[in-house]
Design a protein around this ligand. Structure first.
Ligand SMILES: [Zn+2]
Length: 316
């Protein structure tokens, strides 16, 4: 239900030019976003100061010998915020509200979450969950940020589960069939220390779906995960998340096809040499590497894929 509505809202927002962000580059104003081109939704970028289009490319290919894909996305390279690229572990992202990268308490910032249109709200036990478009979408067919609010206000909650968030997120997983929902903890792909989930439409097959599951562990896949059936094994999910948080082990959670996958992550390898353009995130782990570097795109192969995933995930 919510998935169908979101599809409509996404396409309306694109048509109205709302999935677009403006930002400053060397005293010029640039705009980056999505537009309707015939039946398809495509990326665009413009230099508004000079009134010129900026040409950029998107290429995608299957990584030979695997079910994984890699995308070269030159548009994402235009973002004003570039991910940290130094190899290994990264410092903690500040948890203070005034440093929040969603600028949740700063309404003057044009990219502030409090200025962004709410596409849909899902009211659950503890919070109302707002669906926003991602300012720099990974996927032109839909890329959402889901952020909890209380009494129509987004309060600054850090990117860590507590009991209230866990209860709601499990319920949200159940109520969003047809969407892939992702949670990345700090040091496991999250660049913003404000509680958020991300969502995509499940409109293509991902490598993760080719994995086999034995005794709640993902097998026949480059890296393992704990896997729980959302209908039958729901109670195990909060336990696993709580243990990982208590042990300070970063992790990614992916809810796909009524299953919840939890990947414990090695904090010493947030960025790896085989894929040096930014921290490895849940998208890469589930089957889609996205890079802004053409050489990385051209040279990435099955060996780099396995090495990068093995470094960044833990054996379980
Ligand atoms: Zn915040």
């Amino acid at each position: 239900m919510i998935t169908q509505k979101l599809k409509t809202f996404w396409s309306q927002a694109v048509t109205k030019g709302k999935i677009a962000s403006e930002f400053k580059v060397n005293h010029e104003t640039w705009q980056f976003g999505l537009k309707q081109s015939g039946k398809n939704i495509t990326y665009f970028a413009k230099n508004l100061t000079k009134g010129k289009d900026i040409s950029a490319k998107i290429l995608e290919r299957k990584i030979a010998g695997t079910n994984f894909y890699i995308q070269f996305n030159e548009f994402r390279a235009l973002r004003p915020v570039t991910p940290s690229k130094h190899l290994g572990a990264h410092p903690c992202v500040s948890e203070k509200a005034r440093d929040c990268r969603f600028s949740c308490q700063d309404k003057k910032d044009s990219l502030s979450i409090s200025q962004r249109e709410i596409l849909q709200t899902l009211k659950l036990k503890n919070y109302s969950w707002n669906f926003y478009s991602n300012a720099f979408p990974y996927d032109a067919t839909g890329h959402f940020l889901i952020i909890p609010s209380n009494k129509n206000k987004v309060t600054h909650l850090i990117q860590k589960f507590d009991k209230k968030l866990l209860v709601d997120v499990l319920d949200l997983f159940k109520k969003t069939e047809g969407l892939i929902i992702i949670f990345q903890s700090l040091h496991a792909g999250a660049s913003v220390n404000h509680f958020h989930l991300q969502a995509f439409f499940h409109n293509r097959k991902y490598a993760l779906e080719s994995g086999k599951i034995y005794d709640n562990v993902l097998d026949n896949y480059p890296v393992p995960a704990f896997v729980y059936d959302l209908a039958k094994e729901k109670n195990h999910i909060p336990k696993a998340i709580t243990i990982l948080q208590e042990e300070n082990i970063p992790f990614d959670v992916i809810c796909l096809n009524k299953r919840v996958y939890i990947f414990p992550r090695n904090p010493l390898h947030e960025v790896v040499s085989e894929f040096p353009t930014g921290p490895m995130g849940a998208m890469e782990i589930m089957g889609k590497f996205v890079t802004t570097d053409k050489k990385v795109y051209q040279n990435f192969d099955i060996h780099k894929l396995y090495r990068s995933l093995n470094k960044t995930c833990f054996e379980i």
